[in-house]
Every structure is written in structure tokens, then in C-alpha cells.
Design a protein around this ligand. Structure first.
Ligand SMILES: [Zn+2]
Length: 494
């Protein structure tokens, strides 16, 4: 567990709980038929009387959203009670025309789950308090200037949100980041979230407090908002822990409040005193009946669940003989795991174990380096899985060397041509024509009488020099395993 040493003798324990909001990749909004995807829409074009909060309208529950939340809950090992209900969370804000959000208060869709994390080799179990439904608000666009004003765009209002609340089980900033990363991986695997933190599709608030080690009672917590990357989650929490230690160590008190993360300055800033649940005047949503969730429904969703990252990683170790480390890296992104499996399947190699290992090495090594250099996602790779398989076939058949393979991959990646086309076009191939090679070996022997003499005088190391000369004349195209025997045969006994 992370400890926070201080200048005084008090040692503090860090207590963190995360509230994660994820937009769901549903077709329509939570309670109306407006499209949920507002990314490229003109402001206020995906709206209707329901999501604009007109009086007298009635919400209708989006079944796909409930399916997605249930799927997430099952993936996070949660219980799904027989029924749940919807509540109004009341507050006034310009981006919330109804004056309330429909959320779930005391009867969420699910509760009591957990997520397993690998924190520096140690398995940590972080409790999931609940996964429940919410709806998103609209957006405010502020225009600064002499006559500054604010515009309201309701395209986002009513987009389905899922809130995932953790238990206060997280013990450090790094652990919080690892939790977020694992959670994002799971959501993307399930296909319920785009996982794009930078676009606000996945948002995280952190409740952070510290307490003297050994104390049962929690310290006063602050809530940090506005973290839009994994890096900012770790930095913001790390800063806040340091700030709280400093306040307590100097005899001050922590106030329960909401603090915003200022990415540029690297500090958290007090925003407002924290609301308590009572402030929201939660009450049951009168326009929606409680939702009964049959066991058949739960089982139907369970049957649709895709293979999750932990299971896939385990399978990669068993099926492909990969190390746990390689399997973990390949399965951290679903798209990367899919790419890898497609590349293995596309190959023609008889030695499937060697092929699986080689495909992992190339995917995690040279291919990933090229992707990173271009800030590209694996789905944007200009070498398709079939292309990688083709490259591995070329190397395995001896047509090109491993070193030439790197060059071929780079050229294929840059041009979008297949590796075979690159080899053809650039004339990159190992010289397998033994007649041509023999001619060059004869030339090298004729042109280097001194080295040949040295060899016959017992200086066997001069063979290496002659091999080097052959490689040079063939511009690296000769196969070293063919050159040596050929040379030795021609030179005769030393
Ligand atoms: Zn609508």
C-alpha cells in the first residue's frame, strides 16, 4: 500500500474513491428518440420536447442503455437486484432545462462488485459500490470578449450516462490511474463506451482523503473534478494528497469541498463547498415505474458478453505460449488483441508456436514503434494483419532476413503497400541463387589474396573478413548461412 511519509512522525494512509461517468454508445438518447451521437451535429439539432425539458412530456426508458449498464455491471462482478427505480436529482443550471436529472438514488441497477488490479505485481481488489444510470446535461459554450455571452447547446442533454462508483479502496494516485485504465479497457471491450477521455466520453471525479495510519475513521474528503486524461488523474490526486498532508501537518483542517484540477498550473483549486445528497432533494421519478429485471433478462445479457481482457490475456498465454507480460500488453487494447489474432490466423507457417511468438514480437516491437512515432492507433495501421503475416512468411521462408524485414515493414507502413509488393519493388531479397553467390565468392577470393594466404597460414579469423566482403558485394542480400560453407569449401583446408 502507498504510504505518505511526512516531516512529522505521523504517517498517513491515503483513501480514494472514484466516480466515473461514461457516455453509452447507444443509438438514441436515454428517454427520447433523438440520436445520442452529437459529435458532428449543429447545435440544438438533436433535440425534442423530452430532452429539452418541455412541461407535460413523458420519458421512455432506452432498453439498449439498460442492457449496456447491466453488461458493465456483470463484467464488474456486481449483483443485479430484481428491480431498480429512477429518481430525480434536483438542481438548477442553465444546461439543465428540466431543473433535474433523472438518476438512480437508493435502488440502482446493480451493486456490490469488484475489479482486480495488478499493482506492481500485487493483486489488488477494488470494490465497486454500484453501477447505475444517469442522463447527461447540455453544454454551455462561453464566448469571451467585450460583450461576453454564453450559448446553450442541448444536443448532449439526455444522452445516456452510466455512473460507476468505487468503494474507498484505492490507496494511491498510481493505483487510481491503473483503476481508470482497467475500467476503460473493460468498457471498450464491452463496446458500451468509446473510452475517449479527451472527448469527455469518460469522465472521472475523485474523492480523496487521508488519515493517520491505523485510524479507522475516514478523514475529511475533497472531490476533484475536471481530470480528462489518465495522466491528469494521477497528477491531480498526487497533488491533492500532498496538499492535504501539508495542511494537516501544519495544524490546519481540511474542508469538504469540490476542487477543480488546473492542468496548466498542476494544482487543484477550490471551487465550491461540496453538496450533500440532501441538497439534491432526491425523490422517485413519478413518470417512470420501477423497472423489474427478470433473471432471464440478466442471463440473456450474460450470454452476449464478449471475452474480457483478463480472460483473453490468460488464453493468449495458454493458446499462443506468450509470456504473461506480452499477453497483458497485447490485450490491454481490444483492437490490438484483435489485430494480433488476425495476424497469427492469416499466416501460412507450419510452426504455429514460433509464428505466434514472432507475431507478438513484431506487433509489440517494430509495429508499435511505427504507430507511436506517427501517433496512430492500431486501427489506423497501414500494415494490415494480413500484411504482417505476409512479412513473417517472407522471413520464415528465407526470402528476406529479419533485418531486411524491419526495412520492409517500415516501407510498407509508409506507403501502404503490402510487404510482398515492397520486396518486389525495391528488389529486397536474400540471394538464394547459389550460382550468382558462387560467382561473387570466387571474385572475393581472387581479389583478397592476402586474406586467403592468412587463412591457409592458420589465421581462421580471416574467414570472417571474407564473409564480410561477400555480404558487402551483395549489399547484404546473401544469406550468411550459405556464404560460410561455400567459402570454406572453395578455400579448402587451412
Ligand atoms: Zn430528445
Amino acid at each position: 500500500m502507498a504510504t505518505a511519509p511526512t516531516s512529522t512522525s505521523v504517517e498517513y494512509e491515503v483513501v480514494i474513491g472514484l466516480e466515473v461517468h461514461s457516455q453509452l454508445l447507444t443509438t438514441s438518447k436515454m428517454f427520447c428518440r433523438c440520436p445520442a451521437d452529437y459529435a458532428n451535429a449543429e447545435p440544438n439539432t438533436h433535440i425534442c420536447p423530452v430532452c429539452s425539458g418541455y412541461p407535460g412530456v413523458l420519458p421512455v426508458i432506452n432498453e439498449q442503455a439498460i442492457d449496456y449498464i447491466m453488461m458493465t455491471a456483470l463484467a464488474l462482478n456486481c449483483e443485479i437486484p430484481d428491480f431498480c427505480k429512477f429518481d430525480r436529482k434536483n438542481y438548477g443550471y442553465p444546461d439543465l432545462p428540466k431543473g433535474y436529472q433523472i438518476s438512480q438514488y437508493d435502488r440502482p441497477i446493480s451493486r456490490n462488485g469488484y475489479i482486480l488490479l495488478d499493482v506492481n505485481g500485487e493483486e489488488r481488489r477494488i470494490g465497486i459500490t454500484r453501477v447505475h444510470m444517469e442522463e447527461d446535461t447540455g453544454r454551455l459554450v462561453h464566448r469571451e470578449g467585450k460583450n461576453s455571452y454564453t450559448l446553450v447547446d442541448l444536443n448532449r442533454a439526455g444522452v445516456p450516462l452510466m455512473e460507476i462508483v468505487s468503494e474507498p479502496d484505492i490507496r494511491g494516485a498510481e493505483e487510481a490511474r491503473l483503476y481508470m485504465e482497467k475500467l476503460r479497457t473493460i468498457l471498450v471491450y464491452l463496446g458500451v463506451s468509446s473510452g475517449k477521455m479527451e472527448e469527455g466520453a469518460l469522465r472521472c471525479d475523485a474523492n480523496v482523503s487521508i488519515r493517520p495510519r491505523g485510524q479507522q475513521e475516514f478523514g475529511v474528503k475533497t472531490e476533484i473534478k475536471n481530470m480528462n486524461s489518465f495522466r491528469s488523474v494521477e497528477r491531480a490526486i498526487s497533488y491533492e494528497i500532498g496538499r492535504q498532508i501539508e495542511v494537516l501537518s501544519s495544524g490546519g483542517v481540511i474542508h469538504q469541498e469540490t476542487r477543480g484540477w488546473d492542468e496548466d498550473r498542476g494544482v487543484t483549486v477550490s471551487q465550491r463547498s461540496k453538496e450533500y445528497a440532501d441538497d439534491y432533494r432526491y425523490f422517485p421519478e413519478p413518470d417512470l415505474p420501477p423497472l423489474v429485471i427478470s433473471r432471464e433478462w440478466v442471463e440473456r445479457i450474460r450470454a452476449q458478453m464478449p471475452e474480457l481482457p483478463d480472460a483473453k490475456s490468460k488464453r493468449f498465454v495458454e493458446q499462443y505460449g506468450l509470456s504473461a507480460r506480452d499477453a497483458g500488453q497485447l490485450t490491454a487494447e481490444k483492437a490490438l488483441a484483435d489485430y494480433y489474432e488476425a495476424a497469427v490466423a492469416a499466416g501460412t507457417s507450419a510452426d504455429t508456436a514460433a509464428r505466434a511468438k514472432a507475431a507478438a514480437n513484431w506487433t509489440l516491437g517494430d509495429l508499435r514503434r511505427l504507430l507511436n512515432a506517427g501517433s496512430l492507433d492500431i486501427t489506423e495501421s497501414r500494415v494490415a494483419p494480413q500484411g504482417l503475416a505476409e512479412l513473417l512468411d517472407l522471413i520464415e521462408s528465407g526470402k528476406i532476413s529479419g533485418k531486411q524485414g524491419k526495412e520492409v515493414l517500415e516501407k510498407a507502413f509508409a506507403s501502404g503497400d503490402t510487404p510482398a509488393a515492397v520486396v518486389e519493388r525495391e528488389g529486397i531479397a536474400q540471394m538464394s541463387d547459389s550460382g550468382e553467390l558462387e560467382r561473387i565468392v570466387d571474385e572475393v577470393i581472387a581479389d583478397n589474396p592476402k586474406a586467403v594466404e592468412d587463412y591457409h597460414a592458420g589465421k581462421t579469423a580471416s574467414v570472417q573478413f571474407l564473409v564480410g566482403q561477400v555480404m558487402k558485394r551483395t549489399r547484404g542480400r546473401a544469406r550468411p548461412d550459405m556464404v560460410s560453407p561455400l567459402l570454406l569449401g572453395k578455400l579448402g583446408a587451412p
